[in-house]
Design a binder for this molecule. Structure first.
Ligand SMILES: [Zn+2]
Length: 283
Protein backbone atom coordinates (compact mmCIF):
# COMPACT_ATOMS: atom_id res chain seq x y z
CA UNK A 1 0.00 0.00 0.00
CA UNK A 2 2.64 2.49 1.03
CA UNK A 3 4.78 1.56 -1.94
CA UNK A 4 1.94 2.07 -4.40
CA UNK A 5 1.13 5.55 -3.18
CA UNK A 6 4.78 6.60 -3.37
CA UNK A 7 4.98 5.36 -6.97
CA UNK A 8 1.84 7.26 -7.95
CA UNK A 9 3.20 10.44 -6.44
CA UNK A 10 6.58 10.11 -8.01
CA UNK A 11 5.56 9.13 -11.51
CA UNK A 12 4.42 12.48 -12.95
CA UNK A 13 7.42 14.31 -11.49
CA UNK A 14 9.84 11.85 -13.02
CA UNK A 15 8.18 12.04 -16.38
CA UNK A 16 8.37 15.82 -16.47
CA UNK A 17 11.97 15.69 -15.39
CA UNK A 18 12.83 13.12 -18.03
CA UNK A 19 11.10 15.00 -20.83
CA UNK A 20 12.82 18.19 -19.77
CA UNK A 21 16.27 16.65 -19.79
CA UNK A 22 15.69 15.06 -23.19
CA UNK A 23 15.05 18.42 -24.74
CA UNK A 24 17.84 20.10 -22.83
CA UNK A 25 20.38 17.55 -24.00
CA UNK A 26 20.16 18.62 -27.64
CA UNK A 27 19.95 22.29 -26.74
CA UNK A 28 22.96 21.99 -24.49
CA UNK A 29 24.89 20.45 -27.34
CA UNK A 30 24.17 23.47 -29.52
CA UNK A 31 24.87 25.86 -26.67
CA UNK A 32 28.30 24.29 -26.19
CA UNK A 33 29.36 25.23 -29.70
CA UNK A 34 27.27 28.36 -30.08
CA UNK A 35 26.11 27.10 -33.47
CA UNK A 36 23.09 25.13 -34.46
CA UNK A 37 23.68 21.86 -36.22
CA UNK A 38 20.92 21.26 -38.78
CA UNK A 39 18.43 18.55 -37.94
CA UNK A 40 15.88 16.58 -39.85
CA UNK A 41 13.11 14.11 -39.24
CA UNK A 42 14.16 10.72 -40.58
CA UNK A 43 11.60 8.10 -41.57
CA UNK A 44 11.51 4.96 -39.43
CA UNK A 45 10.69 1.99 -41.68
CA UNK A 46 9.17 0.26 -38.63
CA UNK A 47 6.74 3.20 -38.24
CA UNK A 48 7.37 2.75 -34.53
CA UNK A 49 5.10 -0.30 -34.61
CA UNK A 50 7.73 -2.56 -33.06
CA UNK A 51 8.38 -0.46 -29.96
CA UNK A 52 6.46 -0.94 -26.75
CA UNK A 53 4.61 1.71 -24.79
CA UNK A 54 7.64 2.73 -22.75
CA UNK A 55 9.90 3.15 -25.75
CA UNK A 56 10.45 6.78 -26.84
CA UNK A 57 9.70 5.82 -30.45
CA UNK A 58 6.47 3.96 -29.69
CA UNK A 59 4.25 4.49 -32.74
CA UNK A 60 6.54 7.24 -34.04
CA UNK A 61 7.03 7.37 -37.78
CA UNK A 62 10.04 9.68 -37.60
CA UNK A 63 13.06 10.25 -35.43
CA UNK A 64 14.90 13.55 -35.15
CA UNK A 65 18.52 13.32 -36.24
CA UNK A 66 21.20 15.98 -36.45
CA UNK A 67 23.56 16.13 -39.38
CA UNK A 68 27.17 14.99 -39.18
CA UNK A 69 29.68 17.48 -37.88
CA UNK A 70 33.41 17.90 -38.41
CA UNK A 71 33.88 16.31 -34.98
CA UNK A 72 32.05 13.22 -36.22
CA UNK A 73 34.55 13.09 -39.03
CA UNK A 74 37.25 12.30 -36.49
CA UNK A 75 35.56 8.92 -36.20
CA UNK A 76 34.90 8.70 -39.91
CA UNK A 77 38.43 9.41 -41.01
CA UNK A 78 39.74 6.49 -39.02
CA UNK A 79 39.32 3.52 -41.29
CA UNK A 80 40.17 1.00 -38.61
CA UNK A 81 37.65 2.49 -36.20
CA UNK A 82 34.98 2.44 -38.82
CA UNK A 83 35.62 -1.20 -39.60
CA UNK A 84 34.37 -2.08 -36.18
CA UNK A 85 30.61 -1.72 -36.16
CA UNK A 86 30.80 -0.24 -32.67
CA UNK A 87 32.31 3.02 -33.89
CA UNK A 88 29.55 3.39 -36.43
CA UNK A 89 26.92 2.71 -33.77
CA UNK A 90 28.53 5.30 -31.53
CA UNK A 91 28.37 7.83 -34.33
CA UNK A 92 24.71 7.12 -35.10
CA UNK A 93 23.90 7.32 -31.41
CA UNK A 94 25.50 10.78 -31.18
CA UNK A 95 23.32 12.04 -34.00
CA UNK A 96 19.98 11.01 -32.52
CA UNK A 97 18.61 14.10 -30.82
CA UNK A 98 16.49 12.32 -28.20
CA UNK A 99 19.10 10.87 -25.86
CA UNK A 100 16.64 8.37 -24.42
CA UNK A 101 16.66 6.50 -27.75
CA UNK A 102 19.30 3.76 -27.78
CA UNK A 103 20.65 2.67 -31.13
CA UNK A 104 20.91 -0.90 -29.76
CA UNK A 105 17.13 -1.18 -29.36
CA UNK A 106 16.30 -0.03 -32.86
CA UNK A 107 15.33 -2.66 -35.39
CA UNK A 108 18.09 -2.80 -37.95
CA UNK A 109 15.98 -1.25 -40.72
CA UNK A 110 15.46 1.88 -38.63
CA UNK A 111 19.19 2.06 -38.00
CA UNK A 112 19.85 1.69 -41.73
CA UNK A 113 17.49 4.55 -42.44
CA UNK A 114 19.39 6.85 -40.07
CA UNK A 115 22.71 5.69 -41.50
CA UNK A 116 21.60 6.38 -45.07
CA UNK A 117 20.23 9.79 -44.15
CA UNK A 118 23.53 10.80 -42.51
CA UNK A 119 25.51 9.60 -45.49
CA UNK A 120 23.40 11.54 -47.99
CA UNK A 121 23.14 14.74 -45.94
CA UNK A 122 26.87 14.68 -45.18
CA UNK A 123 28.46 13.46 -48.38
CA UNK A 124 25.82 13.55 -51.09
CA UNK A 125 23.97 10.73 -52.76
CA UNK A 126 26.63 9.50 -55.19
CA UNK A 127 28.14 6.35 -53.78
CA UNK A 128 31.13 5.07 -55.70
CA UNK A 129 32.30 1.54 -54.98
CA UNK A 130 34.66 -1.01 -56.40
CA UNK A 131 32.72 -4.18 -57.02
CA UNK A 132 32.87 -7.39 -58.92
CA UNK A 133 30.50 -7.65 -61.85
CA UNK A 134 28.19 -10.62 -61.20
CA UNK A 135 28.47 -11.62 -64.85
CA UNK A 136 32.01 -11.04 -66.21
CA UNK A 137 33.55 -10.98 -62.72
CA UNK A 138 35.71 -8.01 -63.66
CA UNK A 139 36.38 -5.50 -60.91
CA UNK A 140 34.58 -2.32 -61.83
CA UNK A 141 34.14 1.11 -60.34
CA UNK A 142 30.43 1.81 -60.09
CA UNK A 143 28.40 4.75 -58.83
CA UNK A 144 25.07 4.15 -57.11
CA UNK A 145 22.56 6.92 -56.45
CA UNK A 146 21.54 6.68 -52.80
CA UNK A 147 18.79 9.27 -53.21
CA UNK A 148 16.85 6.72 -55.23
CA UNK A 149 16.75 4.01 -52.60
CA UNK A 150 13.29 2.93 -51.62
CA UNK A 151 12.12 2.16 -48.13
CA UNK A 152 9.90 -0.74 -47.17
CA UNK A 153 7.72 0.36 -44.29
CA UNK A 154 6.08 -2.15 -41.99
CA UNK A 155 2.54 -3.01 -43.02
CA UNK A 156 2.05 -5.76 -40.47
CA UNK A 157 0.77 -5.00 -37.03
CA UNK A 158 2.05 -7.18 -34.20
CA UNK A 159 -0.64 -8.67 -31.99
CA UNK A 160 1.18 -7.55 -28.87
CA UNK A 161 3.35 -4.46 -29.25
CA UNK A 162 5.18 -5.23 -26.00
CA UNK A 163 6.38 -8.46 -27.61
CA UNK A 164 6.19 -7.80 -31.33
CA UNK A 165 6.14 -11.29 -32.84
CA UNK A 166 4.75 -12.50 -36.14
CA UNK A 167 3.53 -15.95 -37.01
CA UNK A 168 3.67 -17.82 -40.30
CA UNK A 169 2.93 -21.34 -41.42
CA UNK A 170 5.76 -22.89 -43.43
CA UNK A 171 5.35 -25.31 -46.38
CA UNK A 172 6.15 -28.24 -44.03
CA UNK A 173 3.10 -27.33 -41.95
CA UNK A 174 5.16 -26.10 -39.00
CA UNK A 175 4.15 -22.79 -37.55
CA UNK A 176 6.86 -20.42 -36.38
CA UNK A 177 6.69 -17.12 -34.59
CA UNK A 178 9.60 -14.75 -35.02
CA UNK A 179 10.76 -11.20 -34.53
CA UNK A 180 12.62 -8.62 -36.54
CA UNK A 181 16.11 -8.27 -35.13
CA UNK A 182 17.44 -5.17 -33.41
CA UNK A 183 20.78 -3.55 -34.06
CA UNK A 184 22.21 -5.13 -30.88
CA UNK A 185 21.02 -8.59 -31.94
CA UNK A 186 22.56 -8.12 -35.38
CA UNK A 187 25.84 -7.18 -33.69
CA UNK A 188 25.61 -10.30 -31.52
CA UNK A 189 25.19 -12.46 -34.61
CA UNK A 190 28.22 -10.85 -36.27
CA UNK A 191 30.26 -11.54 -33.13
CA UNK A 192 29.12 -15.17 -32.94
CA UNK A 193 30.02 -15.69 -36.60
CA UNK A 194 33.37 -14.00 -36.12
CA UNK A 195 34.24 -16.21 -33.13
CA UNK A 196 33.05 -19.42 -34.81
CA UNK A 197 35.07 -18.60 -37.87
CA UNK A 198 38.22 -18.04 -35.81
CA UNK A 199 37.69 -21.11 -33.62
CA UNK A 200 36.84 -23.61 -36.30
CA UNK A 201 38.93 -21.99 -39.01
CA UNK A 202 36.27 -23.34 -41.33
CA UNK A 203 35.18 -21.59 -44.50
CA UNK A 204 31.64 -22.72 -43.76
CA UNK A 205 29.68 -19.74 -42.50
CA UNK A 206 26.65 -20.56 -40.42
CA UNK A 207 25.13 -17.29 -41.36
CA UNK A 208 21.59 -18.41 -42.02
CA UNK A 209 21.12 -20.87 -39.18
CA UNK A 210 22.65 -18.52 -36.60
CA UNK A 211 20.27 -15.81 -37.73
CA UNK A 212 17.22 -18.07 -37.67
CA UNK A 213 18.01 -19.30 -34.16
CA UNK A 214 17.92 -15.71 -32.93
CA UNK A 215 14.91 -14.68 -34.95
CA UNK A 216 12.58 -17.59 -34.37
CA UNK A 217 10.91 -17.38 -30.98
CA UNK A 218 8.75 -20.49 -31.07
CA UNK A 219 7.96 -23.54 -33.20
CA UNK A 220 4.40 -24.83 -33.06
CA UNK A 221 3.94 -22.94 -29.82
CA UNK A 222 7.07 -24.37 -28.17
CA UNK A 223 9.43 -21.56 -27.24
CA UNK A 224 12.32 -23.53 -25.71
CA UNK A 225 15.65 -22.64 -27.30
CA UNK A 226 16.45 -26.33 -27.61
CA UNK A 227 13.39 -26.95 -29.80
CA UNK A 228 14.12 -23.86 -31.86
CA UNK A 229 17.74 -24.90 -32.41
CA UNK A 230 16.90 -28.43 -33.49
CA UNK A 231 14.12 -27.15 -35.75
CA UNK A 232 16.54 -24.71 -37.41
CA UNK A 233 19.17 -27.44 -37.84
CA UNK A 234 16.76 -29.69 -39.71
CA UNK A 235 14.81 -26.96 -41.49
CA UNK A 236 14.09 -27.87 -45.12
CA UNK A 237 15.24 -25.68 -47.97
CA UNK A 238 11.60 -25.07 -48.91
CA UNK A 239 10.82 -23.80 -45.40
CA UNK A 240 13.95 -21.71 -45.34
CA UNK A 241 13.09 -20.13 -48.67
CA UNK A 242 9.52 -19.40 -47.61
CA UNK A 243 10.75 -17.72 -44.44
CA UNK A 244 13.31 -15.65 -46.33
CA UNK A 245 10.68 -14.64 -48.86
CA UNK A 246 8.40 -13.50 -46.06
CA UNK A 247 11.24 -11.49 -44.56
CA UNK A 248 12.21 -9.83 -47.82
CA UNK A 249 8.58 -8.93 -48.48
CA UNK A 250 7.87 -7.60 -45.01
CA UNK A 251 10.95 -6.62 -43.03
CA UNK A 252 10.96 -2.85 -42.54
CA UNK A 253 14.17 -1.59 -44.10
CA UNK A 254 15.92 0.62 -46.59
CA UNK A 255 16.15 -1.51 -49.72
CA UNK A 256 19.82 -1.51 -50.58
CA UNK A 257 19.34 -2.66 -54.16
CA UNK A 258 19.75 -0.83 -57.41
CA UNK A 259 19.90 -1.55 -61.13
CA UNK A 260 23.42 -2.13 -62.36
CA UNK A 261 24.74 -1.99 -65.91
CA UNK A 262 28.25 -3.35 -66.28
CA UNK A 263 30.56 -0.86 -68.01
CA UNK A 264 32.67 -3.81 -69.21
CA UNK A 265 30.20 -6.41 -70.48
CA UNK A 266 26.93 -4.46 -70.54
CA UNK A 267 25.26 -7.03 -68.30
CA UNK A 268 22.17 -5.63 -66.55
CA UNK A 269 20.96 -6.78 -63.18
CA UNK A 270 19.50 -5.48 -59.96
CA UNK A 271 22.27 -5.90 -57.39
CA UNK A 272 22.72 -5.52 -53.65
CA UNK A 273 24.67 -2.35 -53.05
CA UNK A 274 27.89 -3.37 -51.33
CA UNK A 275 28.25 -1.40 -48.11
CA UNK A 276 31.89 -0.90 -47.28
CA UNK A 277 34.11 1.65 -45.62
CA UNK A 278 33.54 4.05 -48.53
CA UNK A 279 29.93 4.46 -47.49
CA UNK A 280 31.05 6.93 -44.83
CA UNK A 281 34.45 7.62 -46.20
CA UNK A 282 34.14 8.73 -49.77
CA UNK A 283 37.49 8.75 -51.57
ZN1 LIG B 1 30.47 -7.28 -66.40
Amino acid sequence: MAKASVAVEEEPTEEVKEKGSRKDASEREDAKTGFTVPRDMVLLPSMGKLYGKNHPLHKQEFVEVRHLTAADEDILTSRSLLRSGKALDHLLQNCIVDKSVSIDDLVSGDKNSIMTFLRISGYGSDYEVKMECPSCEDEVQYTFDLSRLSVRTLDLIPEDIEKPLFTIKLPSGNEISFKFLTSAEENEISEILEVTKRKTNSPLERNITTRYSKQIQSVNGDSSQETINSFVKSMSVADSRAFRKFMSDNEPDVIMKQPYTCPMCDHKEEVDIPIGVGFFWPE
